[in-house]
Design a protein around this ligand. Structure first.
Ligand code: MN
Length: 364
C-alpha cells in the first residue's frame, strides 16, 4: 500500500466514522473477525523460583525493585500468569478471543546469568510448545530468548521455529544494560532475519544508566515506553537495520509512540548531517525504517485517536491487536477495536490478518 492509498483509506475511515458506520457498540450484521492477541503473557514455576533468588540478592535495578515483587508473592495476577490451560481459555472465551500468542512475562530470562538463562529459555520454550500442542487452535508462541549468550540463543531460536514450530521471538528490551544494536547481539538479529520471524521488543524497566529519574515515579507504563522507545530509536540510528534489512521488530503499546516522532526524527537526521561526530549515514530516512522494519500492536493503549493516527502514518498492514493479558482487561481491548472509527477491512487486518502474516499463523 503506498502513501496515497493510506490517505484514501483514511478518508474512507473518516467518512465511515462520520456516517456512524463502525461506531457505537453494535457489531450486529458485521463480519466476525478472528481475534488473535499478540502480546499475551504466562510464567512457569521454575522462573518464579529464580526470581525469588534475585529478590534476595544485594544488587538492584528497577526491575528487581518494581517487577520481581509481583512474581514472588501469591496473587490472582500470578495465578492467571501460571494458568496456560482452562482458566485462560475461559477468559478468552468470555470475550471471543480466538488465539493468544503466548510469551514469558518480562523481563523473561534476561536478568539471569548466561548459563542459567539459556537453560531456562529452553525449558520455557519446551513448556510453551507443550501448551500449544494441547490447544493448537487457541495458542501460538513467541520464543524466549537469552541475548546474554547470542550464539547459543541463536541456535535455540532456530530450534524453536524449525522443531517446536513457535511463531516468533520475545526480547524484553535491554540485557544487562546493553542494547541490540551492539555487534555483540548481531547473531540474534541475524537468526531472526534468517528465520523470517519478528522480534517482539517488549518493555522492561529502564537500564541502570537512566534509572535515577524513574525511581519513585510509580508509573510503570511511562518508564516502559521511554526505555523501549529509545531502544527502537537506537536500532534505527545505529545503522544496524542496513545490515539486517529484512528484520522485523514489533513494538507494543501503540508503537511506544515512536512513530509520533517520525517527522522530528527525520528532521534531526537531516540536520545532523556533517557536523555531529557520531552521525552515521543511513540508507533510508528514520521514517522509512519505521515502515520497512517495524510493526506495532495495540497492547494497553486504547486511545482511538492514537489508533487512527497509527493507521494513517504506518498503514493498516502495520498494526496488530493485543490485550497484554493478564495485565490489561480483555473485554476493553476487544471493544476498542470493535468500536474504533475504522473500516471493517482494517478491523480484520488488526484483529488477525496482519498477525497471521507476520507470525506465520495458519488461517483458521
Ligand atoms: Mn506485556
Amino acid at each position: 500500500m503506498d502513501r496515497r492509498d493510506h490517505l484514501k483509506g483514511t478518508a474512507a475511515m473518516m467518512l465511515a466514522s462520520a456516517t456512524g458506520f463502525g461506531g457505537g457498540t453494535a457489531t450486529a450484521g458485521r463480519k466476525r473477525h478472528r481475534r488473535i492477541g499478540t502480546e499475551e503473557h504466562f510464567i512457569i514455576p521454575e522462573i518464579i523460583d529464580e526470581y525469588k533468588k534475585l529478590g534476595g540478592e544485594p544488587r538492584s535495578n528497577l526491575d528487581i525493585e518494581n517487577l520481581v515483587p509481583a512474581y514472588v508473592h501469591p496473587s490472582p495476577l500470578l495465578d492467571r500468569l501460571l494458568d496456560i490451560d482452562q482458566g485462560r481459555l475461559a477468559a478468552m472465551d468470555e470475550v471471543g478471543m480466538d488465539m493468544q500468542l503466548l510469551s514469558l512475562t518480562g523481563p523473561g530470562v534476561q536478568m539471569f546469568d548466561s548459563d542459567r538463562a539459556v537453560a531456562l529459555a529452553e525449558l520455557v520454550n519446551d513448556r510453551l510448545a507443550e501448551a500449544i500442542a494441547r490447544h493448537p487452535m487457541r495458542f501460538g508462541g513467541l520464543t524466549t530468548v537469552a541475548p546474554q549468550s547470542p550464539e547459543r540463543t541463536a541456535r535455540e531460536m532456530d530450534r524453536a521455529i524449525s522443531k517446536l514450530k513457535l511463531n516468533g521471538f520475545m526480547i524484553n528490551s535491554h540485557t544487562n544494560n546493553r542494547y541490540l544494536d551492539e555487534p555483540f547481539f548481531w547473531p540474534v538479529l541475524e537468526a531472526a532475519q534468517a528465520l523470517d520471524r519478528p522480534i517482539y521488543l517488549h518493555p522492561r524497566m529502564p537500564s541502570d544508566g537512566m534509572a535515577a529519574p524513574f525511581r519513585g515515579l510509580a508509573i510503570t507504563s511511562w518508564a516502559f515506553g521511554i526505555e523501549t522507545g529509545n531502544h527502537a530509536v537506537r536500532l534505527i540510528f545505529s545503522g544496524v537495520l542496513d545490515r539486517f534489512p529484512k528484520l522485523k521488530i514489533v513494538l507494543g503499546h501503540m508503537g511506544e509512540a515512536v512513530h509520533f516522532w517520525e517527522w522530528r526524527l527525520d528532521q534531526c537526521y537531516e540536520q545532523s548531517k556533517g557536523f555531529l561526530p557520531h552521525y552515521r549515514h543511513l540508507n533510508l530516512t528514520p521514517s522509512e525504517y519505521l515502515r520497512r522494519n517495524f510493526l506495532i500492536t495495540t497492547s494497553g493503549q486504547l486511545n482511538p485517536d492514537a489508533l487512527v493516527f497509527s493507521l494513517k502514518t504506518l498503514g493498516a498492514d502495520h498494526v496488530l491487536w493485543s490485550v497484554d493479558y493478564p495485565y490489561e482487561v480483555p473485554k476493553d481491548a476487544v471493544a476498542f477495536i470493535e468500536n474504533a472509527p475504522i473500516g471493517d477491512d482494517e478491523r480484520g487486518m488488526i484483529f488477525s490478518g496482519n498477525s497471521e502474516t507476520a507470525f506465520h499463523i495458519d488461517k483458521a
